[in-house]
Design a protein around this ligand. Structure first.
Ligand SMILES: N[C@@H](CCC(=O)N[C@@H](CS)C(=O)NCC(=O)O)C(=O)O
Length: 205
């Protein structure tokens, strides 16, 4: 069975929710505290030297990381969780999935640990990243034209991504005011009965 190394509410929630939606069994190994020196960090580092979550260990013992790559791995088993081949929505799905990990996720890497990257001006780096992230979300919200899900009637793994991001900075109130489409999608994901337990264990609902 797949093991998801993670911490409640962190990036591992994205993989947990995607696996749950896809009905792929996994076990959760809680490495909460991994971003500070200590036994949890050492445990995670022994599997993934980058010491990031999510880190997955697959049935054959191999290690899988990167939320977008994990989404693609899941889509190999459950292609119905992306728009169908041959539709324009499918291309936009790839585009936004990659866009999120290429543009939005790094703002967390830098803003959450600014002293690593700008030891002389950590607060400035943090503030700039948070401000930049808001502009990214405003752009994303404009891209989302369909309802109830990002690509219309079909729930996709992108909706899961949006739901988890909405719980992180700049937090739910900001999204409600400034990114109403992301907010509505996140609310709809939060209402899915099949995800309730995982949403709860990650403090999302
Ligand atoms: N590109 C990775 C980013 C993962 C990531 O940055 N995860 C955060 C937690 S939400 C983390 O582990 N941060 C600790 C660090 O970067 O040292 C992905 O998409 O999975």
């Amino acid at each position: 069975m797949i093991t998801v190394y993670g911490a409640p509410g962190w990036g591992s929630a994205i993989s947990e929710l995607m696996l749950t939606l896809a009905e792929i069994p996994y076990q959760f190994d809680n490495v909460d505290g991994f971003d500070k020196p200590g036994p949890q960090q050492e445990r995670l580092r022994s599997i993934n030297p980058l010491c990031q979550v999510p880190t997955l260990q697959l049935d054959d013992g191999s290690v899988m990381t990167e939320t977008a790559a994990i989404a693609l791995m899941i889509l190999d088993k459950r292609p119905d969780l992306a728009p169908p081949v041959g539709t324009p929505e499918r291309e936009q799905f790839w585009r936004l999935l990659v866009w999120l990990v290429a543009n939005v996720y790094p703002t967390f890497t830098y803003a959450d640990y600014p002293e690593r990257f700008a030891p002389d001006a950590p607060e400035q780096l943090r503030e700039r990243c948070v401000a930049y992230r808001k502009t990214l979300y405003l752009w994303l919200d404009k891209q989302l034209q369909a309802a109830p899900w990002a690509f219309g009637e079909q729930l996709t793994l992108l909706d899961i991504y949006i739901c988890v991001l909405r719980t992180w900075g700049p937090r739910q109130g900001w999204f409600a005011q400034n990114a109403p489409k992301m907010s509505a999608i996140a609310d709809a994901v939060c209402g899915l009965p099949s995800l309730r337990n995982v949403l709860r264990s990650n403090d999302i609902i």
